[in-house]
Write a protein that binds this ligand. Sequence first.
Ligand code: MD3
Ligand code: FE
Length: 213
Amino acid sequence: MSLDLFGNITPIETALAGVSLLKEFALKNEAILLADLATIVTQAPFRHMVTPSGFAMSVAMTNCGELGWVTDRQGYRYTQLDPLTQASWPAMPASFLTLSRAAAFTAGYADFTPDACLINRYQTGARMGLHQDKNERDFTQPIVSVSLGVPAMFQFGGFKRADKALSFPLYHGDVVVWGGDARLRYHGILPLKANVHPALGKVRINLTFRKAG
Ligand code: MD3
Ligand code: FE
């Protein structure tokens, strides 16, 4: 821990309380993760969901696991069925479950069992405005995020939308565990810059593992 001249924890350390950044944690399982992702999207394709106010999101989304996060004119919520097909969301593959549990364990959460994995696809220019994740039942449960493909600038703010945000890049293979005081902070992704990743091409994929129900 570094101290500032007055002996206090620095503002950056305060802002990052509850955040565990595991650089390249997903890399050793990259091949199986990408193969399992390809299977999921044949069953539950990426789609641009509509916000309650009627705008199509620039990020394309799908889900796997017992529950999937959706938005439409009715609001934000978790569902058991994919509204596009009326089928259950694809099961969470063992590769996803094992990776997310290992990351949570490393960050100090010994019994994290996600029931939902939201899968976000960013093409060039896609963004996610500052928001809080509040559709889950238990905010003492962390969220585990896995970044794949081209890098993105992540914004991490305070507990009110207008609070000043830090920005830092997230790269292919980075896994972040968001728990404790981090769990209810505003966060977002700046518009994705044009870029190419050798394995994924021009896109960024983000997996977020949640205990929603
Ligand atoms: C901090 N996704 O799906 S991942 C989301 O990169 C979302 O697609 C972004 O925000 C993305 O809701 C950011 C990092 C992340 C995810 C969830 C969080 C950070 C978080 C929940 C609470 C606090
Ligand atoms: Fe979020």
